[in-house]
Write a protein that binds this ligand. Structure first.
Ligand SMILES: Cc1cc2nc3c(=O)[nH]c(=O)nc-3n(C[C@H](O)[C@H](O)[C@H](O)COP(=O)(O)O)c2cc1C
Length: 377
């Protein structure tokens, strides 16, 4: 996609002429068959309030609070199978009960005119045997253990045999079909933050010697086979993927993250998927920001032919500039949206924001820190 600065110039010009400026972040965007009314996306946010891996009725209010007509929402990470979980009370989408539980939540988002994608997830080795069927070891690309972090301990993983990989790909395919059955408009394949897909993609984790290890092409094979299977099942224009080549969440570093990001952006074009959602290099992990040179997702944005979503550490001004300078089509907001259910409205008015309280990001209360953040009026 061509980068041009025309819209940014117009924006500054109009602002300086004291006319009501058009806010680039709040302009409409056509994402495939979806007519979005603005470019602010609810980032996927794990909230750990889905008791026993079943989405709960309180999520109806939570997601509908964050819905605006023509706004895009991405669900919290949602497990694809009984081996996909690594945390307590995260939702799944592999059983009939789980699919049914999502339906009223999706309906509520649609009733307010939102577009809702389900983030489908397998944690791989970021797990412990207590979350695994029959107390088995978590599965991964490797048997290298993960060091304890953020107060969590992990069971050393078991390296998947080559002949077991098709089964895991099939789990993603069925989860995608289930998401459509639940009413979601599409799925976002979770290929970020050190979880199973990244455990294959990144060379500091993947130490395989079969066709899923070694060269960049081999390391990306698993993720691309997941994409291919999901595309075949639900159609390319309902499929997005999230990638974080630069972050080192859960010990998932790569020796050449830019090459990895570019390889994936180009390879994804072959499948004609709807969007590529990438996490900014300034994110050290899922939530910590570090200093780094700007614009570094631009090569991937230019390489990828579909809709590009950027995420990680954006505020109002940053988001406006990124869209105005055509560095991205859409911007996903995590923590600001978590704490401000009416974030697009607040950005439109340049109104003050509620502060987020990280103490209850991951607590299990159905209201506190979840649906009790106030609206403007
Ligand atoms: C409470 C919390 C839960 C998160 N859960 C997920 C998740 O389920 N899936 C995911 O891809 N990223 C997850 N992230 C990362 C966010 O989607 C986002 O990339 C990150 O918060 C940085 O963006 P921000 O600066 O706008 O918050 C989570 C972040 C937070 C703070």
């Amino acid at each position: 996609m061509a980068i041009n600065n025309t819209s940014l110039c117009n924006w500054h010009q109009m602002a300086s002429e004291h006319e009501t400026p058009v806010i680039p972040l709040l302009t409409p965007y056509k994402m495939g068959n979806f007519n979005l009314s603005h470019r602010m996306v609810l980032a996927p946010l794990t909230r750990m309030r889905s008791y026993d891996n079943v989405a709960q009725p309180h999520a109806v209010l939570y997601y509908s609070q964050r819905t605006s007509p023509g706004g895009l929402l991405i669900s919290e990470a949602t497990g694809v199978s009984d081996s996909a979980q690594g945390l307590i009370h995260t939702p799944g989408i592999w059983t009939k009960e789980q699919v049914e539980a999502w339906k009223p939540i999706v309906n509520a988002v649609h009733a307010k005119g939102g577009v809702f994608f389900c983030q489908i997830w397998h944690v791989g080795r970021v797990s412990s045997s207590v979350f695994q069927p029959n107390g088995q070891a978590p599965i991964s690309s490797t048997d290298k253990p993960l060091k304890p972090q953020m107060g969590m301990e992990f069971t050393p993983p078991r390296r998947l045999r080559t002949d077991e990989i098709p089964q895991i790909i099939n789990d993603f395919r069925i989860a995608a079909r289930n998401a459509i059955e639940a009413g979601f408009d599409g799925v976002e394949i979770h290929g970020a933050h050190g979880y199973l897909l990244e455990q294959f993609m990144k060379d500091k984790v993947n130490d395989r010697s079969d066709e899923y290890g070694g060269s960049i092409e081999n390391r990306c094979r698993f993720a691309l086979e997941v994409v291919e299977a999901v595309v075949k099942e639900i159609g390319a224009q309902r499929v997005g993927i999230r990638l974080s080549p630069f972050t080192e969440h859960s010990d998932s570093g790569d020796s050449d993250p830019k090459a990895l990001g570019l390889y994936m952006a180009n390879a994804l074009n072959k499948y004609n998927i709807l969007y590529c959602h990438m996490v900014e290099p300034r994110m050290k992990n899922a939530i910590e920001i570090v200093e780094c040179p700007h614009h570094s997702l631009v090569p991937m944005r230019k390489a990828f032919k579909g809709t590009f979503i950027a995420a990680g550490g954006y505020d109002r001004k940053d988001g406006i500039n990124a869209v105005a300078e055509n560095r991205t089509d859409l911007v996903a907001y995590g923590r600001l949206f978590l704490a401000n259910p009416d974030l697009p409205k607040r950005f439109g008015l340049d109104a003050p924001l509620n502060k987020y309280n990280r103490e209850n990001f991951y607590t299990h209360d159905p209201v506190i820190g979840y649906t009790d953040y106030p609206f403007l009026e």
